[in-house]
Design a binder for this molecule. Structure first.
Ligand code: WTA
Length: 641
C-alpha cells in the first residue's frame, strides 16, 4: 500500500492485477445505474431474462421484474465460471471448535449432492415453494446445506443465530409460522457442549412447527419426540442426489432474516431471489477482489446478515474456497484465529473491529510466530473501526502490504454498499470509503437538505437504491414505511446512521441515530433489552443506554427503578439471567444502577441522552425540557458512588 497524506492507495502490483482497477467504473455506473446493474445481472444464469430492470412506486420498488432465476443454479450447475471447472474444487472448509478434531472439506460437487439430498428430504416432508423453514444451527456445513436446500426448492429460510435463546427463537418461529425447524443435538463452544436441542424443544411450544430435523453433531443425550423429531443423517440416507432447481421469480422471497427493531419485537427483513443474488455475487467479487483460487474467511456467524452474504452466498457464487469455523476466535488459545489463517493459507480475511481490538489487546508476543504471508486483503465490518485498530490491523496482520477495506452496510441492504474498492482506493482510517459504483448516497439534515462537506447529517440512499435492499418487513408493512421511508415523499431510504463526507467524497459513519446498539458488532436495541428487563416483577421502569467500550465498541448500561427495595447484587444477577433468557448469552450489561426516578420530558419520554452524559461525565446541555430536574443530581450521585 502507498500512503499519501491521510490517504492510502493499493500498491502498483495489487492494483495491476485487481479485478476492478479503473476509476472510470464509477463514472460509467453513475451515468445509468439501472443499466449498470443490468450489466452485472447478465453475467448470472437466468431461466428467463427480466422484462423490466427497475420499477419504482415509492416507497416500493422491484428489480429484474419478470426474470426467472434460482440462486443455487448460479452456485452449482450454471455457475458463470463453468461447472466443469469448479466442480471438484473445495467449496467449504469446516474447522471444528476442538482443534484436534478432523476438519471437513466439501467440494462443490459434494456440496451440490448434499444440498439436493436434503432438498428432496424437505420435499418429502411436504415443504413447498414459499413455505418458511427455521434454521437454528451452529457453524457446521449442514447450516449452509440447509440454507441452499431451501433455496433449491423455493422455500424461504429463516436462520436464527445459535447463541440466541429459546425465547428469541420462538418469536421468530411464531412470526414466520414455520412448519419445520432444523437444529442440532449440540455444539462445542470453548470446549463445552451447548445443548441446542433443549432450546429448540422449548422454543417450538406455541408455534406451528410440526417436524424437527436434528443434526447429530456433539453426540450429547437429547430428549426425543418420536412423532416429531428426525435425525438428519437418517432422513437424507435414502434420498436421491439430484433435484431440479425450482424456477423462481426475481422478486420471490429468498429469505427472511430478523434484526432488532425499535420495540421489543424483532423485524423480519425480506430478501428476494434476483436482486440479492446479483448484489451478493458482485459486491464480494469486486470488494474482496474474490476469485476462484482464493481461500476466504469471513468470521461472521451464519445467523447474521454478514454470515448469509459473505460466509455463504457470495463466496459460493464466486466459486471461491471458504472457511467456516465452529468456535470462538480466541479458544482454546488467544491465537486460534491466527492458527486458522496459517493452517489453511487464508488469502482474504473479513472480521469485525471488536475482534481486531481483542487481537491487539493480546499483544505482539502471541503473533511472533505468524508471518501471514498468504494474506492479500483485510476487511472490516459491523461497527466503526478506530484509527489505532485500523493501523494495527494494517501493520501487524497485513504487514503494510494488504489493503484494509472497511465495509458499511446493514441487514436491510443485503450486501456491502459503502467501501473503497481495493484496486482503486483511497482508504482513510475511520472513513468507510466511497459508495459502491451505481449507488447514490447523500448526507442530509432533518429536513432532507444536503449538508456540506465534513458536516454531520443523516445518511440516505437515493433511487434506484440497490438490488439487494430489503423489499419489506415480513407481515409488518407499517413498520417498513415508518422505519425507512419517513422522509422526502417516501423516495429516499433512511439508513438511521449519522455520517459525514470528506472533500474526497469518502464517507465516515458516526453511528446510529436511533436506539440501536452495536455490541461487539452485534445489533440490539435499547427497547428489546428494556423489554427483557421489564419481565422482572419488582422492576417498575428501566432505561438502557449504550456507552463506549474499549473492546466491544459499545455496551449497554441499565438504569432501573424498583417497586420494592432489593439488594443491588440480586438485581444485577437477575437482570443478567433475564437477558440470557430473553435474548441469549451474547449480551450482558456493563453496569446496573438502581435509581429513584428516570429523567423524563413533560410528555413522559425517558431522556436517554442525559443518562448517557451523566455516565460519561459530559456537559449535560439544555435541561429545560425535563419535567423532573431533581432526578439529575440524584442519578449523578448513584453513578459516582
Ligand atoms: C453499523 C451489519 C461503521 C451501522 C452488516 C449500521 C458500521 C449497522 C459499519 C447495521 C462500518 C455496519 N462502520 N458502522 N463499516 N458496518 N455498521 O444490521 O450503524 O447488524 O447501520 O449489519 O451497523 O448493523 P447490521
Amino acid at each position: 500500500m502507498l500512503k499519501k497524506g491521510d490517504l492510502y492507495y493499493p500498491s502498483k502490483e495489487f492494483a495491476h492485477s485487481a479485478i476492478i482497477n479503473n476509476k472510470k467504473i464509477y463514472k460509467d455506473a453513475g451515468k445509468n445505474p439501472i443499466k449498470f446493474w443490468e450489466g452485472l445481472a447478465k453475467e448470472l444464469f437466468w431461466f428467463k431474462k427480466w422484462k423490466k430492470a427497475f420499477i419504482h412506486k415509492p416507497p416500493y420498488f422491484q428489480w429484474f421484474v419478470g426474470g426467472k432465476i434460482n440462486i443455487t443454479s448460479n452456485i452449482f450447475e450454471n455457475n458463470s465460471l463453468g461447472w466443469e471447472n469448479i466442480k471438484n474444487k473445495a467449496a467449504i472448509i469446516w474447522e471444528p471448535e476442538i482443534p484436534e478434531e478432523r476438519q471437513r472439506v466439501l467440494t462443490y460437487y459434494e456440496l451440490f449432492r448434499e444440498v439436493n439430498r436434503f432438498a428432496n428430504a424437505l420435499k418429502r416432508l411436504g415443504v413447498k415453494k414459499g413455505d418458511r423453514v427455521g434454521i437454528y444451527l451452529p457453524m457446521i456445513p449442514e447450516a449452509i446445506i440447509s440454507m441452499l436446500a431451501c433455496a433449491r426448492i423455493g422455500a424461504i429460510h429463516t436462520v436464527v443465530f445459535s447463541a440466541f435463546s429459546s425465547s428469541a427463537l420462538q418469536i421468530r418461529l411464531q412470526d414466520t409460522k414455520a412448519k419445520v425447524l432444523i437444529t442440532a443435538d449440540g455444539y462445542y463452544r470453548r470446549a463445552k457442549v451447548i445443548d441446542l436441542k433443549r432450546n429448540a424443544d422449548e422454543a417450538i411450544k406455541n408455534t406451528k412447527v410440526k417436524k424437527m430435523i436434528v443434526v447429530k453433531r456433539a453426540g450429547n443425550e437429547v430428549a426425543w419426540n418420536r412423532n416429531r423429531d428426525l435425525w438428519w443423517q437418517n432422513l437424507v440416507a435414502g434420498e436421491s442426489d439430484e433435484c431440479d432447481a425450482q424456477i423462481m421469480d426475481a422478486e420471490d422471497t429468498l429469505f427472511i432474516l430478523y434484526t432488532s427493531g425499535s420495540t421489543g419485537k424483532p423485524k423480519g427483513t425480506v430478501q428476494t431471489c434476483g436482486g440479492y443474488a446479483v448484489q451478493a455475487k458482485f459486491t464480494g467479487k469486486w470488494i474482496f477482489d474474490l476469485r476462484k483460487d482464493d481461500i476466504f474467511w469471513s468470521t461472521a456467524d451464519l445467523g447474521w446478515i454478514t454470515g448469509h452474504t459473505y460466509s455463504c452466498y457470495s463466496p459460493l457464487l464466486n466459486a471461491a474456497t471458504f472457511v467456516i469455523f465452529e468456535g470462538a476466535p480466541n479458544s482454546p488459545t488467544p491465537d486460534r484465529w491466527a492458527r486458522i489463517i496459517e493452517k489453511y493459507g487464508i488469502t482474504i480475511f473479513y472480521t469485525a473491529p471488536t475482534a481486531v481490538r481483542m487481537f491487539k489487546k493480546y499483544g505482539a508476543d502471541i503473533l511472533k510466530k505468524y508471518k501471514f504471508e498468504t494474506l492479500r486483503l483485510l476487511s472490516s465490518v459491523g461497527e466503526p473501526i478506530d484509527e489505532s485498530s485500523w493501523k494495527w490491523y494494517f501493520k501487524e496482520i497485513g504487514k503494510n502490504r494488504c489493503p484494509v477495506v472497511d465495509t458499511w452496510w446493514q441487514t436491510e441492504t443485503g450486501g456491502i454498499l459503502i467501501t473503497s474498492l481495493p484496486g482503486i482506493g483511497p482508504f482513510r482510517p475511520c472513513f468507510t470509503g466511497l459508495p459502491f459504483p451505481g449507488l447514490k448516497f447523500d448526507i442530509v439534515d432533518d429536513k432532507g437538505k444536503r449538508v456540506s462537506s465534513n458536516k454531520q447529517g443523516n445518511l440516505v440512499l437515493l433511487p434506484p437504491f440497490a438490488p439487494g435492499l430489503l423489499r419489506g418487513i415480513y407481515r409488518n408493512p407499517e413498520k417498513y414505511l415508518k422505519t425507512y421511508w419517513r422522509q422526502c415523499g417516501k423516495k429516499i431510504y433512511f439508513t438511521s446512521d449519522a455520517a459525514l463526507k470528506d472533500k474526497n467524497g469518502l464517507i465516515r459513519i458516526v453511528g446510529r441515530i436511533d436506539d440501536v446498539l452495536k455490541v461487539a458488532g452485534h445489533r440490539f436495541t435499547t427497547g428489546e433489552l428494556e423489554d427483557a428487563v421489564s419481565h422482572i416483577s419488582y422492576i417498575s421502569e428501566s432505561a438502557v443506554v449504550g456507552v463506549l467500550d474499549e473492546i466491544k465498541g459499545q455496551v449497554p448500561i441499565i438504569f432501573v427503578v424498583l417497586k420494592e427495595t432489593t439488594p443491588v447484587e440480586k438485581v444485577q444477577k437477575e437482570i443478567k439471567l433475564q437477558l440470557r433468557k430473553e435474548i441469549g448469552p451474547i449480551i450482558s450489561t456493563k453496569q446496573v444502577y438502581i435509581v429513584k426516578d428516570l429523567p423524563k420530558t413533560r410528555s413522559g419520554k425517558i431522556m436517554r441522552r442525559i443518562l448517557r452524559k451523566l455516565f460519561t461525565g459530559e456537559e449535560l446541555g439544555d435541561l429545560s425540557t425535563l419535567s423532573n430536574q431533581e432526578s439529575v443530581e440524584h442519578i449523578k450521585s448513584v453513578i459516582n458512588n
